[in-house]
Design a protein around this ligand. Structure first.
Ligand SMILES: Nc1nc2c(ncn2[C@@H]2O[C@H](COP(=O)(O)OP(=O)(O)OP(=O)(O)O)[C@@H](O)[C@H]2O)c(=O)[nH]1
Ligand SMILES: [Mg+2]
Length: 379
Protein backbone atom coordinates (compact mmCIF):
# COMPACT_ATOMS: atom_id res chain seq x y z
CA UNK A 1 0.00 0.00 0.00
CA UNK A 2 1.35 3.42 -0.97
CA UNK A 3 0.05 6.84 -0.02
CA UNK A 4 0.83 9.75 -2.26
CA UNK A 5 -0.22 13.38 -2.50
CA UNK A 6 -0.85 15.15 -5.82
CA UNK A 7 -1.03 18.93 -6.15
CA UNK A 8 -2.73 20.92 -8.90
CA UNK A 9 -4.66 24.13 -9.55
CA UNK A 10 -7.95 22.19 -9.46
CA UNK A 11 -8.99 19.05 -7.57
CA UNK A 12 -10.02 17.34 -10.84
CA UNK A 13 -6.54 17.90 -12.34
CA UNK A 14 -4.83 16.48 -9.27
CA UNK A 15 -7.14 13.45 -9.39
CA UNK A 16 -6.43 12.92 -13.08
CA UNK A 17 -2.67 12.97 -12.39
CA UNK A 18 -3.12 10.43 -9.58
CA UNK A 19 -5.26 8.08 -11.69
CA UNK A 20 -2.78 8.24 -14.53
CA UNK A 21 0.14 7.38 -12.28
CA UNK A 22 -1.48 4.93 -9.87
CA UNK A 23 -4.15 3.40 -12.07
CA UNK A 24 -7.94 3.24 -11.77
CA UNK A 25 -7.87 1.07 -8.61
CA UNK A 26 -6.24 3.85 -6.56
CA UNK A 27 -8.41 5.03 -3.68
CA UNK A 28 -9.04 8.68 -2.82
CA UNK A 29 -8.19 9.15 0.86
CA UNK A 30 -8.49 12.89 1.26
CA UNK A 31 -8.78 16.13 -0.69
CA UNK A 32 -8.19 19.57 0.67
CA UNK A 33 -6.73 23.00 0.02
CA UNK A 34 -2.95 22.62 -0.01
CA UNK A 35 -1.29 23.73 3.23
CA UNK A 36 0.56 27.06 2.93
CA UNK A 37 3.97 25.40 2.89
CA UNK A 38 2.98 23.30 -0.16
CA UNK A 39 0.85 25.93 -1.90
CA UNK A 40 3.59 26.54 -4.50
CA UNK A 41 2.98 22.97 -5.77
CA UNK A 42 -0.69 23.70 -6.46
CA UNK A 43 -3.81 25.16 -4.87
CA UNK A 44 -5.30 21.74 -4.04
CA UNK A 45 -3.95 18.50 -2.67
CA UNK A 46 -5.47 15.07 -3.15
CA UNK A 47 -4.16 12.06 -1.26
CA UNK A 48 -4.44 8.63 -2.90
CA UNK A 49 -3.75 5.17 -1.59
CA UNK A 50 -2.79 2.45 -4.06
CA UNK A 51 -1.88 -1.22 -3.77
CA UNK A 52 1.18 -2.60 -5.57
CA UNK A 53 1.58 0.34 -7.89
CA UNK A 54 4.96 0.87 -9.49
CA UNK A 55 7.08 3.23 -7.44
CA UNK A 56 7.88 6.33 -9.45
CA UNK A 57 11.33 7.90 -9.31
CA UNK A 58 10.25 10.64 -6.88
CA UNK A 59 8.46 8.25 -4.51
CA UNK A 60 8.98 9.12 -0.83
CA UNK A 61 10.19 5.61 0.00
CA UNK A 62 12.75 5.77 -2.79
CA UNK A 63 14.00 9.14 -1.59
CA UNK A 64 14.88 7.84 1.85
CA UNK A 65 16.40 4.56 0.57
CA UNK A 66 20.20 4.83 0.97
CA UNK A 67 22.39 3.23 -1.66
CA UNK A 68 23.75 0.49 0.56
CA UNK A 69 24.42 -3.17 0.01
CA UNK A 70 23.81 -3.96 3.68
CA UNK A 71 20.58 -6.00 3.89
CA UNK A 72 19.86 -5.16 7.55
CA UNK A 73 20.18 -1.42 6.90
CA UNK A 74 17.90 -1.67 3.91
CA UNK A 75 15.35 -3.55 5.95
CA UNK A 76 15.30 -1.00 8.76
CA UNK A 77 15.00 1.83 6.23
CA UNK A 78 12.13 -0.02 4.58
CA UNK A 79 10.41 -0.53 7.92
CA UNK A 80 10.86 3.13 8.85
CA UNK A 81 9.48 4.18 5.51
CA UNK A 82 6.55 1.81 5.86
CA UNK A 83 5.81 3.18 9.31
CA UNK A 84 5.78 6.73 7.96
CA UNK A 85 3.43 5.72 5.18
CA UNK A 86 1.11 3.96 7.60
CA UNK A 87 1.13 6.94 9.94
CA UNK A 88 0.35 9.25 7.01
CA UNK A 89 -2.48 6.96 5.97
CA UNK A 90 -3.84 6.74 9.53
CA UNK A 91 -3.87 10.52 9.84
CA UNK A 92 -5.48 11.00 6.47
CA UNK A 93 -8.16 8.45 7.31
CA UNK A 94 -8.82 9.93 10.75
CA UNK A 95 -9.06 13.37 9.19
CA UNK A 96 -11.45 12.33 6.49
CA UNK A 97 -13.52 10.31 9.00
CA UNK A 98 -13.90 13.24 11.40
CA UNK A 99 -13.77 16.20 9.03
CA UNK A 100 -17.18 17.84 9.13
CA UNK A 101 -18.75 17.57 5.69
CA UNK A 102 -20.04 21.14 5.61
CA UNK A 103 -16.88 22.68 7.02
CA UNK A 104 -14.90 23.49 3.92
CA UNK A 105 -11.73 25.52 3.62
CA UNK A 106 -10.45 24.41 7.00
CA UNK A 107 -6.68 24.03 7.33
CA UNK A 108 -5.23 20.51 7.73
CA UNK A 109 -3.91 21.40 11.17
CA UNK A 110 -7.36 22.55 12.23
CA UNK A 111 -8.98 19.39 10.94
CA UNK A 112 -6.33 17.31 12.78
CA UNK A 113 -7.09 19.23 15.98
CA UNK A 114 -10.81 18.68 15.44
CA UNK A 115 -10.16 14.98 14.87
CA UNK A 116 -8.13 14.77 18.09
CA UNK A 117 -10.95 16.38 20.10
CA UNK A 118 -13.67 14.34 18.38
CA UNK A 119 -11.69 11.15 19.04
CA UNK A 120 -11.84 12.08 22.76
CA UNK A 121 -15.65 12.28 22.44
CA UNK A 122 -15.79 16.04 22.77
CA UNK A 123 -19.18 17.04 21.31
CA UNK A 124 -18.83 18.02 17.63
CA UNK A 125 -20.28 21.49 18.24
CA UNK A 126 -17.90 22.15 21.15
CA UNK A 127 -14.88 20.69 19.29
CA UNK A 128 -15.64 22.89 16.32
CA UNK A 129 -16.07 26.01 18.47
CA UNK A 130 -12.73 25.36 20.17
CA UNK A 131 -10.89 24.69 16.91
CA UNK A 132 -12.37 27.70 15.08
CA UNK A 133 -11.56 30.02 17.98
CA UNK A 134 -8.02 28.59 18.20
CA UNK A 135 -7.55 29.04 14.46
CA UNK A 136 -8.69 32.65 14.72
CA UNK A 137 -6.01 33.15 17.40
CA UNK A 138 -3.20 31.77 15.23
CA UNK A 139 -4.21 33.58 12.05
CA UNK A 140 -2.76 36.58 13.78
CA UNK A 141 0.41 34.74 14.77
CA UNK A 142 1.07 32.56 11.69
CA UNK A 143 4.78 32.45 11.02
CA UNK A 144 5.05 30.51 7.77
CA UNK A 145 7.32 27.82 9.21
CA UNK A 146 5.50 24.47 9.64
CA UNK A 147 7.29 23.64 12.93
CA UNK A 148 6.54 27.05 14.41
CA UNK A 149 2.94 26.84 13.16
CA UNK A 150 2.48 23.51 14.95
CA UNK A 151 3.76 25.01 18.18
CA UNK A 152 1.51 28.05 17.65
CA UNK A 153 -1.44 25.76 17.12
CA UNK A 154 -0.86 23.95 20.36
CA UNK A 155 -0.44 27.24 22.18
CA UNK A 156 -3.67 28.57 20.64
CA UNK A 157 -5.55 25.43 21.71
CA UNK A 158 -4.11 25.70 25.21
CA UNK A 159 -5.26 29.33 25.43
CA UNK A 160 -8.67 28.39 24.11
CA UNK A 161 -9.07 25.59 26.67
CA UNK A 162 -7.97 27.97 29.42
CA UNK A 163 -10.46 30.59 28.37
CA UNK A 164 -13.38 28.14 28.28
CA UNK A 165 -12.95 25.96 31.33
CA UNK A 166 -12.35 26.72 34.97
CA UNK A 167 -10.18 24.68 37.29
CA UNK A 168 -10.44 25.06 41.07
CA UNK A 169 -8.55 22.33 42.87
CA UNK A 170 -9.44 23.37 46.40
CA UNK A 171 -11.79 22.51 49.25
CA UNK A 172 -14.17 24.82 51.05
CA UNK A 173 -15.63 28.22 50.28
CA UNK A 174 -13.91 31.32 51.54
CA UNK A 175 -10.58 31.59 53.27
CA UNK A 176 -11.43 31.26 56.94
CA UNK A 177 -11.52 27.79 58.56
CA UNK A 178 -13.18 25.45 58.85
CA UNK A 179 -13.14 24.59 55.20
CA UNK A 180 -16.13 22.30 54.71
CA UNK A 181 -16.59 20.11 51.64
CA UNK A 182 -19.23 17.48 50.85
CA UNK A 183 -19.02 14.82 48.15
CA UNK A 184 -22.28 13.81 46.48
CA UNK A 185 -22.93 11.58 43.49
CA UNK A 186 -24.31 8.32 42.18
CA UNK A 187 -23.59 4.97 43.87
CA UNK A 188 -20.10 3.66 43.43
CA UNK A 189 -18.76 6.79 41.73
CA UNK A 190 -15.85 6.91 44.18
CA UNK A 191 -17.05 9.37 46.86
CA UNK A 192 -15.76 7.57 49.96
CA UNK A 193 -12.34 6.63 48.61
CA UNK A 194 -11.87 10.13 47.16
CA UNK A 195 -12.87 11.65 50.50
CA UNK A 196 -10.17 9.63 52.23
CA UNK A 197 -7.58 10.64 49.62
CA UNK A 198 -8.54 14.30 50.18
CA UNK A 199 -8.34 13.86 53.96
CA UNK A 200 -4.78 12.58 53.63
CA UNK A 201 -3.52 15.00 50.99
CA UNK A 202 -5.21 18.18 52.26
CA UNK A 203 -5.51 17.36 55.98
CA UNK A 204 -2.97 14.94 57.36
CA UNK A 205 -0.13 15.71 54.94
CA UNK A 206 -0.54 19.41 55.66
CA UNK A 207 -0.80 18.72 59.43
CA UNK A 208 -4.25 20.27 59.54
CA UNK A 209 -6.89 19.00 61.98
CA UNK A 210 -9.42 17.12 59.90
CA UNK A 211 -12.80 15.59 60.73
CA UNK A 212 -14.79 13.14 58.63
CA UNK A 213 -18.58 13.20 58.81
CA UNK A 214 -20.69 10.46 57.28
CA UNK A 215 -24.38 10.73 56.62
CA UNK A 216 -24.26 7.43 54.81
CA UNK A 217 -26.61 5.62 57.14
CA UNK A 218 -28.49 3.70 54.46
CA UNK A 219 -26.03 0.87 54.56
CA UNK A 220 -24.13 -0.15 57.66
CA UNK A 221 -21.22 -1.32 55.50
CA UNK A 222 -20.76 2.11 53.96
CA UNK A 223 -20.20 3.86 57.29
CA UNK A 224 -18.02 0.93 58.36
CA UNK A 225 -15.81 1.47 55.30
CA UNK A 226 -15.18 5.08 56.28
CA UNK A 227 -14.76 4.18 59.97
CA UNK A 228 -11.99 1.74 59.15
CA UNK A 229 -10.19 4.28 56.94
CA UNK A 230 -10.50 6.87 59.74
CA UNK A 231 -9.08 4.39 62.25
CA UNK A 232 -6.10 3.63 60.01
CA UNK A 233 -5.42 7.31 59.45
CA UNK A 234 -6.10 8.29 63.04
CA UNK A 235 -8.59 11.01 62.15
CA UNK A 236 -11.90 11.77 63.84
CA UNK A 237 -15.12 10.48 62.37
CA UNK A 238 -18.79 10.91 63.25
CA UNK A 239 -21.57 8.93 61.64
CA UNK A 240 -24.80 10.91 61.59
CA UNK A 241 -28.32 9.76 61.01
CA UNK A 242 -30.13 13.00 60.33
CA UNK A 243 -29.53 16.32 58.62
CA UNK A 244 -30.12 18.04 61.99
CA UNK A 245 -27.33 15.98 63.56
CA UNK A 246 -25.05 16.88 60.62
CA UNK A 247 -25.71 20.61 61.15
CA UNK A 248 -24.98 20.22 64.86
CA UNK A 249 -21.75 18.27 64.26
CA UNK A 250 -20.52 21.06 61.96
CA UNK A 251 -21.30 23.68 64.63
CA UNK A 252 -19.51 21.72 67.34
CA UNK A 253 -16.35 21.29 65.23
CA UNK A 254 -15.74 24.82 64.02
CA UNK A 255 -12.23 24.63 65.47
CA UNK A 256 -11.24 22.00 62.89
CA UNK A 257 -9.41 23.15 59.81
CA UNK A 258 -11.04 20.77 57.36
CA UNK A 259 -14.40 18.98 57.58
CA UNK A 260 -15.18 16.44 54.87
CA UNK A 261 -18.71 15.08 54.50
CA UNK A 262 -19.40 11.68 52.88
CA UNK A 263 -22.91 11.04 51.56
CA UNK A 264 -24.76 7.95 50.34
CA UNK A 265 -24.91 7.09 46.66
CA UNK A 266 -28.26 8.43 45.53
CA UNK A 267 -30.17 6.59 42.82
CA UNK A 268 -33.16 8.16 41.03
CA UNK A 269 -35.65 6.60 43.50
CA UNK A 270 -33.72 7.87 46.56
CA UNK A 271 -33.83 11.39 45.16
CA UNK A 272 -37.60 11.39 45.19
CA UNK A 273 -37.83 9.66 48.55
CA UNK A 274 -35.48 11.90 50.51
CA UNK A 275 -34.37 15.33 49.43
CA UNK A 276 -33.59 16.50 52.98
CA UNK A 277 -29.84 16.25 52.51
CA UNK A 278 -30.07 17.99 49.14
CA UNK A 279 -32.09 20.83 50.71
CA UNK A 280 -29.54 21.14 53.52
CA UNK A 281 -26.41 21.14 51.33
CA UNK A 282 -27.88 23.45 48.71
CA UNK A 283 -28.91 25.99 51.34
CA UNK A 284 -25.54 26.17 53.15
CA UNK A 285 -23.28 28.82 51.66
CA UNK A 286 -20.35 27.59 53.78
CA UNK A 287 -20.38 24.04 52.38
CA UNK A 288 -18.50 23.36 49.17
CA UNK A 289 -20.28 20.51 47.42
CA UNK A 290 -18.42 18.52 44.75
CA UNK A 291 -20.36 16.27 42.41
CA UNK A 292 -18.37 13.02 42.05
CA UNK A 293 -18.83 11.27 38.70
CA UNK A 294 -17.04 8.46 36.94
CA UNK A 295 -15.33 9.62 33.75
CA UNK A 296 -15.74 6.15 32.26
CA UNK A 297 -19.54 6.53 32.24
CA UNK A 298 -21.21 7.08 28.85
CA UNK A 299 -21.37 10.80 27.98
CA UNK A 300 -25.19 10.88 27.80
CA UNK A 301 -25.47 9.21 31.22
CA UNK A 302 -23.02 11.69 32.73
CA UNK A 303 -25.25 14.51 31.45
CA UNK A 304 -28.33 12.90 32.99
CA UNK A 305 -26.56 12.47 36.33
CA UNK A 306 -25.34 16.06 36.38
CA UNK A 307 -28.92 17.23 35.82
CA UNK A 308 -30.28 14.83 38.44
CA UNK A 309 -27.81 16.00 41.09
CA UNK A 310 -28.49 19.67 40.44
CA UNK A 311 -30.88 19.61 43.44
CA UNK A 312 -27.71 19.51 45.60
CA UNK A 313 -26.46 22.64 43.81
CA UNK A 314 -22.89 21.28 43.58
CA UNK A 315 -20.31 24.01 42.99
CA UNK A 316 -17.69 21.82 41.32
CA UNK A 317 -17.26 18.66 39.30
CA UNK A 318 -14.90 15.95 40.51
CA UNK A 319 -14.21 13.08 38.13
CA UNK A 320 -12.96 9.62 39.08
CA UNK A 321 -11.71 6.60 37.12
CA UNK A 322 -9.55 8.60 34.75
CA UNK A 323 -7.31 5.54 34.74
CA UNK A 324 -10.09 3.68 32.94
CA UNK A 325 -10.67 6.01 30.04
CA UNK A 326 -8.72 7.83 27.35
CA UNK A 327 -11.60 10.20 26.65
CA UNK A 328 -11.81 13.58 28.28
CA UNK A 329 -14.89 14.44 26.21
CA UNK A 330 -17.60 13.71 28.80
CA UNK A 331 -15.70 15.82 31.34
CA UNK A 332 -15.22 18.80 29.04
CA UNK A 333 -18.73 18.58 27.63
CA UNK A 334 -20.19 18.86 31.13
CA UNK A 335 -17.73 21.51 32.30
CA UNK A 336 -18.65 23.60 29.25
CA UNK A 337 -22.39 22.98 29.58
CA UNK A 338 -22.66 23.67 33.33
CA UNK A 339 -19.78 26.17 33.56
CA UNK A 340 -18.84 24.48 36.83
CA UNK A 341 -15.14 24.36 37.71
CA UNK A 342 -13.26 21.05 37.68
CA UNK A 343 -11.73 20.31 41.07
CA UNK A 344 -9.94 16.95 41.29
CA UNK A 345 -9.31 13.85 39.18
CA UNK A 346 -9.13 10.43 40.77
CA UNK A 347 -7.05 8.17 38.58
CA UNK A 348 -6.90 4.82 40.35
CA UNK A 349 -7.73 2.85 43.46
CA UNK A 350 -4.58 3.55 45.46
CA UNK A 351 -5.16 5.65 48.57
CA UNK A 352 -3.97 8.39 48.83
CA UNK A 353 -1.74 8.59 45.72
CA UNK A 354 -4.32 8.31 42.97
CA UNK A 355 -5.76 11.78 43.24
CA UNK A 356 -4.64 14.83 41.32
CA UNK A 357 -5.57 18.47 41.56
CA UNK A 358 -6.90 19.56 38.17
CA UNK A 359 -4.52 22.07 36.62
CA UNK A 360 -4.44 23.64 33.18
CA UNK A 361 -1.26 21.84 32.22
CA UNK A 362 -2.58 18.41 33.16
CA UNK A 363 -5.92 19.07 31.48
CA UNK A 364 -4.27 20.08 28.22
CA UNK A 365 -1.77 17.24 28.43
CA UNK A 366 -4.54 14.72 28.94
CA UNK A 367 -6.47 16.24 26.06
CA UNK A 368 -3.73 16.77 23.49
CA UNK A 369 -0.93 14.56 24.71
CA UNK A 370 2.52 15.73 25.80
CA UNK A 371 3.85 18.79 23.96
CA UNK A 372 6.01 16.69 21.64
CA UNK A 373 3.01 14.53 20.72
CA UNK A 374 1.82 14.38 17.15
CA UNK A 375 -1.83 14.30 18.24
CA UNK A 376 -2.74 17.60 16.66
CA UNK A 377 0.10 18.05 14.25
CA UNK A 378 -0.37 18.25 10.53
CA UNK A 379 0.24 15.14 8.46
N1 LIG B 1 -10.15 2.27 38.86
C1 LIG B 1 -10.61 3.15 39.74
N2 LIG B 1 -11.41 2.72 40.73
C2 LIG B 1 -11.87 3.64 41.62
C3 LIG B 1 -11.54 5.01 41.52
N3 LIG B 1 -12.16 5.66 42.54
C4 LIG B 1 -12.83 4.72 43.22
N4 LIG B 1 -12.65 3.50 42.69
C5 LIG B 1 -13.19 2.22 43.15
O1 LIG B 1 -14.60 2.25 43.01
C6 LIG B 1 -15.20 1.47 44.01
C7 LIG B 1 -16.26 2.30 44.72
O2 LIG B 1 -15.61 3.34 45.40
P1 LIG B 1 -16.29 4.08 46.64
O3 LIG B 1 -15.38 5.20 47.04
O4 LIG B 1 -16.72 3.13 47.69
O5 LIG B 1 -17.56 4.70 45.89
P2 LIG B 1 -18.77 5.46 46.57
O6 LIG B 1 -19.20 6.52 45.63
O7 LIG B 1 -18.43 5.89 47.95
O8 LIG B 1 -19.85 4.31 46.60
P3 LIG B 1 -21.25 4.31 47.42
O9 LIG B 1 -20.94 4.79 48.80
O10 LIG B 1 -21.67 2.89 47.36
O11 LIG B 1 -22.16 5.19 46.67
C8 LIG B 1 -14.08 1.04 44.95
O12 LIG B 1 -13.71 -0.27 44.61
C9 LIG B 1 -12.96 2.00 44.63
O13 LIG B 1 -11.67 1.45 44.87
C10 LIG B 1 -10.68 5.43 40.43
O14 LIG B 1 -10.34 6.59 40.24
N5 LIG B 1 -10.26 4.45 39.57
MG1 LIG C 1 -19.42 5.55 49.79
Amino acid sequence: MRIKSYFAAAVEDAMAQARQELGPEAMLVNSRKAPPEARHLGEYEVVFAAENSPAPAQDVAAQVQPQTANGADRLSVDVASLKRELEGMRRALVRSAFAPSRWSGVSPTASDAYAALAAQEVLPSLAREIVEAAEARILVARSGSPAADKANWRQALVEEVRSRFTVEPSLGRGDSPPRIAALVGPSGSGKTTTLVKLAVQYGLAARRPVLLLSVDTFRIAAAAQLRSFAAILGVGIQVLETVGALAQAIEENRSKDLILIDTPGFGPADMEADCGLARFLSSRSDIDTHLVLSSSTKAADVTRMVDRFEIFRPQRLLFTRLDETESLGPILNEAARTRKPLSFFSNGQRIPEDLEAVTWDRLVERLLGAPASQAVSAA
